[in-house]
Ligand binder design. Structure first.
Ligand SMILES: [Zn+2]
Length: 332
């Protein structure tokens, strides 16, 4: 089950954050967020959780949002905003998507996958993917983007922002491009699976053969990892629980190399990781806390799990996939 954290920026009452005519940014953000949630719910293997106040009454502090997404174990985070230049009407225009100044490689991929769909859905100028030291993309431990969907103080963009159909389509487009990025399929029986029919065509599914709705399956236990070969925060947390080290979803203090760059939960720096030390001890290799390139520890892990022994983590990675399966089956 892939977990998507998302939120509408600010709250309804947040000072500033409104058009020169007084419309609230949150109201625009909320419409996009709701449309996103409605569309992503049609897909299998994914669950979305909102981290702002859906009533808009309170402006949930940013730290509460990011702590919430981190402890829930979100695999991706999307924040919906609308831009402002100076709070005075002007003809500046366009859509931009933010990632952190030192983004996870997967944040870049996520932005590349979603931004063009956002630009298209607004029908506004493309201001590109930008890097910024913004709390929501910095403090989230998972790949994260912040979408600025046009300017609230632009006489051009406000036309789109005040059109609920446009905002609904933006949310839907974000969900669809995210689903494509993640390789998700729509649930069987979902109405939207039925292709749009032209008036002259006989209905593709006669009413008598309409698919029986599948009963709502309970969501998969959140302790089950997605076996996708990507060593993200959820996989790291499962390993940390397994080895009894601090459960934070982060492999800290790693050297930057082609292996660690393929590990979304790795953080670059020095000092090594408690988890990696525990794994090295377990696998009987040198205990230094680092995933080097190639790595003796990864080679030992590959040997243990029966995948190609090259000491390297690619993406997706066969050894990570095997590790996720073993963790899920309790055989690790
Ligand atoms: Zn905002």
């Amino acid at each position: 089950m892939i977990k998507i954290g998302y939120g509408a920026g600010h709250g309804y009452h947040t000072p500033g954050k409104r058009t020169p005519a007084g419309e609230r940014e949150w109201s625009f953000n909320n419409k996009v967020a709701r449309a996103f949630a409605k569309e992503i719910a049609l897909y299998k293997g994914v669950i979305a959780k909102r981290f702002d106040d859906p009533t808009g009454e309170s402006d949930v502090p940013l730290l509460v949002r990011t702590n919430g997404a981190n402890s829930w174990g979100a695999d991706y985070y999307i924040s919906f905003h609308h831009n402002a230049l100076a709070g005075q009407w002007g003809n500046h225009t366009g859509v931009e998507t933010y990632i952190y100044t030192n983004p996870l490689p997967q944040s870049v991929e996520l932005a590349n996958a979603i931004h063009p769909a956002v630009v298209n859905a607004y029908g506004l100028a493309d201001r590109g993917i930008k890097r910024g030291n913004l709390h929501i993309v910095r403090e989230t431990e998972m790949p994260a983007i912040l979408i600025e969907g046009g300017f609230m103080d632009s006489t051009i963009d406000i036309v789109k922002l005040k059109n609920d159909q446009v905002l609904a389509n933006v949310g839907k487009s974000v969900a669809q491009s995210l689903a494509k990025f993640l390789g998700l399929k729509k649930a069987v029986g979902s109405v939207q699976d039925t292709p749009v029919q032209t008036p002259n065509q006989p209905p593709k599914i006669p009413p008598t053969q309409a698919p029986t709705p599948t009963p709502n399956k309970p969501p998969m236990s959140s302790s089950k990892l997605v076996e996708d070969g990507s060593w993200g925060p959820a996989t790291t947390r499962a390993l940390q629980r397994h080895y009894g080290t601090t459960v934070d979803g982060i492999i800290s203090g790693q050297p930057r190399n082609p292996s660690t760059e393929n590990i979304p939960s790795a953080r670059f720096g020095s000092g090594g990781s408690q988890l990696i030390r525990a794994m090295q001890k377990d696998l009987g290799t040198t205990v230094d806390g680092y995933i080097s390139y190639p790595s003796q520890m990864i080679r030992a892990l590959q040997k243990k799990l029966g995948t190609t022994e090259d000491g390297i983590i690619s993406r997706p990675s066969q050894v990570v996939k095997a590790m996720q399966r073993a963790l899920n089956n309790g055989t690790f």
